[in-house]
Ligand binder design. Structure first.
Ligand code: ATP
Length: 205
């Protein structure tokens, strides 16, 4: 049984960078965004249910879910939106839990932008928050995605604030500095999590 750490932070805060670095050090991670795509991949029961409800207009030529078309359909239809959420949320949760349970590394990260907003922190033993100023967050997200400041700001507004996240954090990474400063903090936490996972194992035996 792996020690489970929830890793979260706002858009452009550095979640992917940090998760990749933990992975280089030998940890594994489950990515909530990836799981959300896996549960609606061609051949899944979720995609079949969505097609049965909305018709094949929500499919692309290649059989993949047409996310933009689905978004259009539920945009102003609250009951359709609720139907979709009650289908997807349990499926995503179950799939995440299965992947977390299958993990063989001493500790495992659950990487999720909306970890706290969606209550996924209940699935993990510790919460690691990546903290960054709104200015830096905006600059990095714009530079990476070529999105407008308005688009990024709208996403930021739908996520928890820095203060809300920090209030729920067990561990915090400060990513206002250089990449090197970031990697040093990850290395330090890696040692800490290895030690904590050892204690948990000890208790179980
Ligand atoms: P999202 O939630 O949007 O997927 P994220 O939290 O996964 O974002 P990353 O993609 O890891 O964030 O980082 C956002 C951008 O900022 C990337 O281009 C990354 O290379 C860059 N970045 C991360 N940390 C630093 C740093 N300390 N200095 C400079 N650039 C950084």
């Amino acid at each position: 049984l792996s020690l489970l750490i929830g890793l979260t932070g706002g858009i452009g805060s550095g979640k992917s960078t940090v998760a990749d670095q933990f992975a280089k050090l030998g940890a594994s991670y489950v990515d909530a965004d990836m799981v959300a795509r896996e549960v609606v991949a061609p051949g899944t029961s979720c995609l079949a249910a969505i097609e049965a409800k909305f018709g094949s207009v929500i499919l692309q030529q290649d059989g993949q879910l047409d996310r933009a078309a689905l978004r259009q359909l539920i945009f102003q239809d609250l009951s359709a939106k609720q139907w979709l959420e009650s289908l997807l949320h349990p499926a995503i949760r179950q799939q995440m839990l299965q992947q977390l349970r299958n993990s063989q590394t001493p500790y495992t990260l659950l990487v999720a932008p909306l970890l706290l907003e969606n209550g996924l922190d209940k699935l993990v033993q510790r919460v690691l928050v990546i903290d960054v100023s709104e200015e830096t967050q905006l600059l990095r997200a714009i530079k990476r995605d070529q999105n407008s400041a308005e688009q990024i700001k709208a996403i930021m507004a739908a996520q928890f604030s820095r203060q809300q996240r920090l209030a729920l954090a067990d561990d915090v990474i400060d990513n206002n500095g250089t990449t090197n400063e970031l990697l040093q903090q990850v290395a330090h936490l890696h040692e800490k999590y290895l030690e904590l996972s050892g204690k948990i194992r000890h208790k179980e035996q």
